[in-house]
Design a protein around this ligand. Structure first.
Ligand code: BGC
Length: 811
């Protein structure tokens, strides 16, 4: 069942029923100011850091769900309603929500009045704008009262939801006609405030929640609205809000429109006040003036459109397969941008208060993002590298506002260092900008320890090289990519962290997965060394990689698939002798992507085992058989009920590893089959089962052992975005940036006769046409650059500003 449809022309998903199985959201903003907004106008805003600079409140586990947001109450006679349906939930005569790229438009109609809320964060500014348009579509006159409303957060979202003994006393506001300034803590150490304004004529306002909603009132029937109007309340402590009352008198066919804004303002400490205790409003006024000008909102919308057009024009496929094209050209790239911005911090599943930016997560996000804005990727790589420790290990997470590592979690996730090589390698391939390796970057954010980025990569490589276990496989530490496989932690008390209980340095527990990474990304590192003339280092590195590869093919091979790990007692994890958890997806994907066993047959055998043992109709599950009970020696993975999350859920993130692995073996039919199964556009019509948004990936789909098989969770912020984009754009459609140029290496279903891709690469544009006359799944027979036959399938980087045509004949 569907709850809407794709409008590819406008690059929108159009939701036609407000009761979606879960709130279906969008992200507005891609620089410093962000807003999450649902199809019923639920959501919240923050500046840079969803924990430390939260502008509006959101209660994640509230009931009804998605109760807080950017509300517009309309009182028309006896009828109270919202164009987004929530929170009043009056049945609407018409409803539509269009989630577009960086904007959302919600339209509701009731009793002959149509109301539209158009939301966006203007490029280059720190505010959310909402243009409200009211149209009288009835035959008679309409007299209504309209109330935009938000509830402020007292900045630190964690403190805001826990420290009530203080927070109920500190809330402060200032007001002016049409403007509410939220200035809690500005009197002391904060230099920032929020401004909520409208350019409509305002009849009255409220700034105290108790006055507007009522102490025992409900957001579904705010007392002020029910009683006929705002009360002019000034918040002193408790819960400051922004509510304004606007009159709408419309004759038949008449429309009115006005702007509502929510801005974040920072003042220099010496310019905080305009008079004792009075905030300096000059920058807020300048912000409001920017959007008072006629046409300013439309100009922002146009600028946004142009920005996305430019971003998406870096990779555009025309395959003739509608669903594939819409994923590749629109939604997958859009999600890559969002995950790049947010890492795993703020979604409807990630509270923004828990983890900040993940080291491994952000490095992987780069893989899908780097072609869009390489300069921002560069900056991100340097930020991430600055949280690495001098021994090459890394803080597992850091806060985006401070860019400092998160001490509570610390380090010891032994795959982390290698992801820095992966991200940097992707940047080098995309840009050819070798100067990044010379950038001086601190270790542990300590400038006195700064060394060139190359040294960071070296220490990443050496960290793995020098942390090998009894079988010559890398030690796992607290966990590897699978955060929940905790082989050194042994947590037995509820509430303890599965990852940080116990020592990170186990001398026995090893990871076959990290070994696969070491082979894949270690080679990337030695390749870089070789090009820099560091031949001895490269040779020594390759010898270490060869040893790891040999260890994988002996101790890491189970006969029909790659084992997962050895636990702290030296027992196999992910092997035939295991009662549960006999086969895991991760090492099959990573080891084959690394080319291990490609020539000797283990790679193909391992992928066949994946198909035989892990395939389901909704995707490939992470392991089988699922663990049925908690095992101290394996940790969090066994804490989940069977079929959920890492315990045999369909963890979407590593499905594309299998796509890439299949492509590594040239098996195009299977690669596409795996790709298709989890791609959101392909499962739109089972939205009642899948439940999460049909335009973005979710981290996890419940596996076949779960009672809710097929149900998605944790949508939006997942490494799935980057990896699926990589799998489809590079492994399947075969347009791969390499250090030497653009490689064309398609691996497609044999039935596909051809397709085109337009790719921007290092400033030049490549119009690529692939023909597949003989129904091949893989292999390039001929490649022409501007009509001239090239040797091989790597096109040297063309001069910036040029456009070339590339013709590829498979066979
Ligand atoms: C984390 C990733 C991790 C994955 C698998 C996600 O929630 O953000 O870092 O690799 O889970 O455990």
């Amino acid at each position: 069942m569907k709850y809407g449809y794709f409008d590819d022309e406008r690059r929108e998903y159009v939701i036609t029923a407000p009761r979606t199985p879960l709130p279906w959201i969008n992200y507005l903003g891609s620089e410093d100011f962000f807003t999450l907004i649902s199809n019923t106008a639920g959501g919240y805003s923050f500046y840079r850091d969803a924990r430390l600079r939260r502008l509006t409140r959101y209660r994640y586990n509230n009931s009804p769900t998605d109760s807080e947001g950017f509300r517009l109450y309309i009182r028309d006679g006896d009828t109270l309603w919202n164009p987004g349906w929530q929170p009043v939930k009056t049945e609407l005569d018409a409803y539509e929500c269009r989630h577009g790229l960086g904007y959302t438009v919600i339209t509701g109609e009731k009793n002959g009045l149509r109301a539209t809320q158009e939301f966006l964060v203007p490029p280059g500014d720190n505010c959310l704008l909402c243009r409200v348009t009211l149209e009288n579509v009835s035959a008679g006159k309409k007299t209504a009262e309209v109330y935009p409303y938000v509830e402020f957060c007292l900045w630190d979202a964690m403190d805001d939801s826990s420290n009530f003994q203080r927070n109920f006393s500190i809330g402060e506001v200032e007001t002016e006609p049409g403007v509410i300034y939220h200035k809690t803590e500005y009197r002391e150490r904060r230099d920032h405030y929020a401004v909520f304004w409208t350019d409509a004529e305002v009849k009255a306002f409220d700034t105290a929640r108790d006055a507007f909603i009522g102490v025992y009132g409900s957001p579904a029937a705010p007392e002020a609205v029910m009683n006929g109007g705002c009360t002019g309340s000034i918040a002193h402590g408790w819960a400051p809000v922004g509510a304004v009352q606007i009159g709408a008198d419309l004759s038949s066919g008449e429309t009115m429109s006005f702007l509502v804004g929510l801005g974040y303002i920072e003042n220099r400490p010496e310019e905080k006040f305009s008079a004792p205790g009075v905030i300096n409003k000059a920058p807020a006024r300048a912000m409001m003036d920017r959007y008072r000008a006629p046409g300013a909102f439309d100009a922002a919308l146009t600028a946004l459109g142009q920005r996305w057009e430019a971003l998406l024009s870096g990779y555009r496929a025309d395959t003739g397969a509608e669903k594939l094209d819409r994923m590749v050209n629109i939604w997958n790239q859009y999600q890559c941008m969002v995950t790049f911005n947010m890492s795993r911090s703020a979604s409807y599943f990630e509270s923004g208060m828990g983890r900040g930016m993940g080291f491994r997560d952000s490095c992987q996000d780069l893989l899908g993002f780097v072609h869009m804005i390489p300069e921002r990727a560069r900056e991100r790589i340097l930020d991430i590298a600055a949280t690495q420790f001098p021994d090459g290990s890394a803080y597992h997470q850091y806060q985006p506002l401070t860019k400092k590592g998160n001490l509570a979690v610390g380090s010891g996730f032994n795959d982390d260092p290698l992801w820095l090589i992966a991200g940097t390698d992707a940047y080098l391939r995309e840009t050819g900008d070798w100067s990044i390796l010379d950038e001086s970057v601190p270790f542990d954010n300590d400038e006195s320890l700064a060394r060139p980025l190359l040294e960071h990569l070296r220490r990443s490589f050496n960290y793995t090289r020098t942390h090998m276990g009894p079988h010559g496989l890398p030690l796992i530490g607290r966990a590897d990519w699978n955060d929940c496989l905790n082989l050194n932690c042994f947590s037995s008390q509820p509430g303890e962290s599965f990852q940080t209980t116990g020592p990170s340095e186990g001398p026995v527990a090893e990871s076959v997965f990290i070994a696969g990474m070491f082979v894949k990304y270690g080679r990337a590192y030695t390749d870089i060394c070789r090009r820099l003339g560091l031949t001895e280092e490269a040779d020594a590195g390759d010898a270490a990689i060869a040893a790891a590869e040999a260890a994988v093919l002996s101790a890491g091979w189970d006969g029909e698939w790659f084992r997962r790990a050895y636990d702290a007692f030296g027992n196999v994890v992910g092997g035939k002798e295991c009662e549960e958890g006999q086969i895991f997806i991760e090492p099959q994907g990573m080891c084959v992507m690394a080319g291990i066993g490609k020539e000797t047959g283990q790679a193909a055998r391992a992928l066949d085992s994946v198909k035989e043992r892990l395939d389901t109709k909704y995707g490939i599950v992470l392991l089988q058989p699922a663990y049925t009970g908690y095992r101290l020696e394996l940790g969090e993975i066994t804490s989940y009920p069977p079929g959920y999350k890492e315990n045999a859920g369909i963890f979407c993130h590593n499905n594309p590893w299998i796509v890439c692995a299949e492509a590594e073996l040239g098996r195009g039919d299977r690669a596409f089959e795996v790709y298709r199964r989890t791609a959101p556009a392909y499962i739109e019509d089972i939205s009642e089962i899948h439940r999460t948004e049909p335009y973005v990936y979710s981290q996890m789909i419940a596996g076949k052992d779960a009672p809710t098989f097929g149900e998605g969770k944790n949508s939006w912020l997942t490494g799935t975005a980057a990896w699926t984009f990589l799998s489809v754009s590079q492994a399947i459609l075969g347009v791969k940036p390499t250090l030497d140029g653009l490689m064309i290496d398609p691996c497609i279903p044999g039935r596909v006769k051809g397709y085109t891709v337009t790719r921007r690469f290092r400033g030049a544009v490549y119009h690529i046409r692939v023909d597949n006359p003989q129904g091949a799944e893989h292999g390039v027979k001929e490649l022409y650059l501007d009509g001239k036959l090239l040797q091989g399938n790597v096109i040297p980087a063309q001069s910036p500003g040029t456009e070339v045509s590339v013709r590829v004949i498979m066979g």
